[in-house]
Design a binder for this molecule. Sequence first.
Ligand code: ACM
Ligand code: ZN
Length: 507
Amino acid sequence: MPEYRIIPKPEWYEEKEGSIEVSLAAEGLRPAEFASDVYPIRLVTDQTLEPEAYVLTVSENGIEICASGDAGAFYGMVTWRMILMQVEKKDGRKVVHCLRISDSPRYSYRGVSLDESRHFFGVETVKKLLDQMASLKLNTFHWHLSDDQGFRVESKLFPRLNSVGSRRACAGLRGCSLEHRGGEYFHYYTQEEIREIVAYAKALHIRVIPEIDLPGHTSAILAAYPEYACDLNGIPRMFATASESGIFDAILCAGSDAAMEFVDRLFSEICPLFEAEYFHIGGDEALEGHKIWAQCPRCRALQEEQGLHSRKELQGFYMTRVGKLLKKYGKKAIVWNDCINDSFSQDIACQYWIADNAGEVQRQSRMRDVILSLTEYFYFDYKYEKLPLEKVYSFDEEKIGFGGEDQRVIGLECENWTEFTDTPEALEFGLYPRIAAFAEVSWTRRGRREYRDFQERFAWYLSYLDSEGINYSRIADGSYRNTDSYVFHRGADGEEFLQNEKLKLQC
Ligand code: ACM
Ligand code: ZN
């Protein structure tokens, strides 16, 4: 058993003879505590190392972190702090074993998503999440900022996106056991807050990828600007920001130049707020909307003019146009896999969430970048009964058809949809501790991973979550079921999680 329990597991961990005394212990893994000058750490540049790789050496000569640049040095520091947090006092002295850790990630894209359309959490919750991501060497925050239930980015060009689109009639979504939550719900991030979060994430070596979901999942956008919907009979259709969960037929008109101009201007405003090269444009669950496109003279004319054989190809044409707009602003598009086909430009990356078209996505992965987020492993709004910790840990890209050398899998992402998740505590309950297993499958190579070994290191991680005041689930593994743990609004069946009476909110 190694002296120090590092999650995610490093590529190489070797304890050596001897030890050194350290004067300070780490309080946590938060960035404010990363000021390296309080520790006598020697940072050495080694250009032969990969961008996120590092070598941490503790010897009687001191502590050294070797990296090719800032990201590797940062991860060396994260590991060092994880070690310091585990140092116990012996005879009044804090002593660290001599060791050598050589480490680099399996994937360059290690993501966590957060849906803030269904429920909104705010700056402090996002920063706390970013801190925890950094402590597990996760480097991508995918921020789902627009959906049927709310548009959450301040727009100065299109103010109704906020005055109408950021507002809905009911806080808790109907159909999600949240009916008792009444009252208007009105939230969005100001552009200044977004810049603040992007800068905060950057200091933690986390890129922030926004998602504005198009052309479906647009009830909030169309509630604000119904003129960008299809024109079926000359009378504009009215929309409302959704107060229930579900799949709706609200869809932006593919054949309207004005609607495309709207997307262009909106992206010209949103893109500069973010520094990441990627921008997620959704594309999921648009089939109900395709039925509207089928009735729209403009959409039908466009399909015919372009020689497209189906509404799915029309969507590929549409998303490719949106992808081209994004290029003007220096961005690369990502779309969800359920819409993918050959009519999408190959510079659009594909995020694999649903296995319905598994064979097609495997084929597409030989022509475009792919991110793996399959529901059965990485949907952390699922109950623990359905997606326990061990299942997350058992993820293996080969088992789901993505192990080929010729497949362009750039990384993994876990998803936090929030129809059923309406408080920061509920969010933590779904995310922790499964995020630790996720971090290890995205960082550590297959051959180095073993669940029993993970569990031994994991016990320390739980004590760390306690010290951070994080409301993690104690029932991630049946062996430590604790019915006293806080339970929040987690699902219509309401079986798995008890309700915490104190936190029950009134209508
Ligand atoms: C999704 O879960 N609709 C991407
Ligand atoms: Zn149309």
